[in-house]
Write a protein that binds this ligand. Structure first.
Ligand SMILES: [Zn+2]
Length: 282
């Protein structure tokens, strides 16, 4: 289980905490050193939409001509890819207030998550234009951070709740923050160190026929090894991509299943495990 401890420095623990929640995390080059200085005590999470479905992690890391990056610590693409772009303070919150955040100081107390999403409109119903992969990655990111900070879901707020429409902020659009917090609370209550039973984050239909186990060989095994090596480098970075499902591949699969939660930890890649890691079918 992750340790809960007072958080005063920069959150260099982000990739580890997010992966422990079962997320697929990319570390954007230079993230550890990127930021506008050092956090004060970290009190929670603020959720944003970028305003564009296609905004890249790089655009959040580097910023715009009128606003230097980083613009948040975390970026979530529409396919659910989570990228940590910065550990230092980011310009995401601007001016505003919320009961447990010092006025206009959100940037120094809140970890920002920018989701590549147009937001649709200020009055869009909950989850319009939010693909499952992106929405559930967001739920897990918020739960992971709340968990690490020792907080419940109430410590996740939207930019619109802090800055408000008076300042032209209505992000995240298409997200009812109370419903998001309900989903975060559900994820947060799962014991990620044990074996809860959440459903896989994507339908398993396309994976119905997949079955890889010790002794399997071929291009699909090679693809599995590539996926594990690239996306789960923390424990599969040394895996050899040889198309042979051996002891090391099985060990990595078990580790994936254990960390993801809700999967049978048997070292066998069936539909649920393949769906959970979004294995490309070849
Ligand atoms: Zn925002």
């Amino acid at each position: 289980m992750p340790q809960v401890r007072p958080q005063t420095g920069n959150p260099t623990w982000l990739p580890e905490a997010l992966r422990a929640e079962g997320l697929d995390v990319t570390e954007f080059p230079g993230w550890r050193q990127r930021g506008h200085g050092t956090f004060k005590d970290i009190r929670g999470v603020m959720v944003h939409h970028t305003g564009s479905d296609r905004a890249s992690a790089a655009s959040i890391a580097e910023g715009r001509p009128d606003l230097a990056g980083p613009l948040s610590q975390v970026h979530i693409a529409r396919d659910g890819t989570v990228t940590v772009v910065a550990a230092g303070v980011a310009w995401h919150a601007g001016v505003g207030m919320y009961p447990w955040v010092p006025a206009n100081m959100g940037n120094w107390h809140l970890i920002g998550i920018e989701c590549a999403n147009s937001g649709t409109s200020p009055s869009a119903p909950h989850r319009r234009n939010w693909p499952d992969a992106q929405y559930f990655a967001l739920v897990r990111c918020c739960a992971a951070i709340n968990r690490r900070l020792g907080h419940n879901a109430a410590r996740t707020i939207g930019h619109k709740e802090y800055a408000g429409r008076a300042q032209g902020k209505w992000d995240p659009g298409g997200i009812d923050m109370d419903l998001l917090r309900r989903d975060i609370a559900e994820q947060r209550s799962a014991d990620i160190g044990a074996v809860p039973t959440p459903r896989p984050p994507v339908p398993v239909g396309e994976y119905a026929d997949i079955l890889l186990y010790r002794g399997s060989r071929g291009t699909q095994v090679a693809e599995l090894q590539r996926r594990l090596k690239a996306a789960y480098a923390a424990y599969a970075g040394d895996l050899v991509v040889d198309g042979v499902f051996g002891v090391e591949t099985e060990r990595a699969v078990r580790e994936f299943q254990r960390r993801f939660g809700g999967l049978k930890v048997d070292g066998i890649v069936g539909p649920a495990t393949a769906a959970a890691m979004r294995l490309k079918l070849v």
